[in-house]
Design a protein around this ligand. Structure first.
Ligand SMILES: O=P(O)(O)OC[C@H]1O[C@H](O)[C@H](O)[C@@H](O)[C@@H]1O
Length: 270
């Protein structure tokens, strides 16, 4: 079926993987995806490696792994559908394309729960194989906000690594956050450890609380003018977002055979 119709929209799918979502309201196109390119925005899911591959299991994988570029399964039913929330479940298992580059048997489950002013995303990683394996995982949350005016807190006193440092030694050096309020006025790519369970992201006229559980790190990213070097970023795109990314992004999480790792992000409007 090249199209899927919902109450308010239709999604056209090209046999090679591209898709477009068109609302009936104004026949407005709200999403267009060409094949195999991750979406620059929203909440891409990063698994099993964050950044370039460092673990031998990940040596054939691209930056941020394969989960953001893979087609996930949706079983056409809702887990929850009432005033409290509407929840849908998506799964990803090793497809042939994944198995060709990654040997570990796994199942990812992603549950998206929409409440009136809150969006909850639960990520479960199950080791379905006979041996333990190690991975990283992260929710790469883009928040639409004026990046020169955003402030994020509380991160004071937290250790972090600064990936904007030019030397490998600089990037490996653990720094301590001295600021009451963190901003991204200059190019920022910081991975905080022992992330607080909640941070507030504020800008004039708006704000979002990012709560997380089970994710020990929090990455804050905005490249500012260096965004011009990011091939799929629109001109000036860096002025309109900040990424606040709960994850397991330093070291690796070891998962025993048959075990499941569960972590959650909750976004609330302030
Ligand atoms: O360009 P992407 O692969 O989507 O990565 C975008 C960014 O993701 C994370 O925030 C990393 O910390 C950054 O180093 C990286 O540049």
């Amino acid at each position: 079926m090249p199209f899927k119709e919902a109450r308010d929209r239709v999604i056209l799918t090209h046999p090679k993987g591209a898709s477009v979502t068109i609302l009936f309201f104004g026949a407005t196109i709200i999403s267009w995806k060409s094949p195999d390119r991750p979406v620059r925005g929203g909440i891409p899911i990063v698994f099993p490696n964050f950044g370039p591959a460092e673990h031998p299991d990940h040596k054939d994988l691209p930056q941020h792994g394969f989960s953001r570029n893979a087609p996930w399964e949706f079983d056409d039913s809702l887990l929850m559908d009432n005033e409290a929330g509407v929840a849908a479940r998506f799964t990803l298992e090793p497809l042939d394309k994944i198995r060709a580059v990654y040997k570990r048997p796994f199942q990812l489950v992603y549950i998206v729960t929409l409440a009136e002013h809150q969006l909850t995303t639960d990520l479960h990683v199950k080791n379905t194989g006979p041996d333990p394996f190690e991975f990283q995982a992260l929710l790469h949350t883009y928040i639409r906000a004026p990046s020169k005016e955003v402030s994020i807190s509380p991160l004071k006193g937290k250790s972090y690594i600064d990936k904007t440092e030019v030397s490998a030694e600089g990037r490996a050096t653990v720094k301590e956050e001295k600021r009451d309020v963190v901003d991204v006025k200059k190019p920022t790519d910081s991975v905080y450890e022992n992330a607080p369970p909640s941070v507030q992201v504020k800008w004039p006229g708006g704000g979002v609380e990012v709560r997380s559980a089970g994710f020990p790190t929090l990455t804050i990213w905005n490249p500012q003018e260096q965004g011009a070097e990011v091939p799929d970023m629109e001109e000036g795109g860096w002025e309109r977002f900040v990424c606040v990314e709960p994850g397991y992004a330093r070291g690796f999480k070891k998962l025993d055979a048959g075990s499941t790792y569960a972590a959650q992000q909750v976004l609330s409007v302030l």
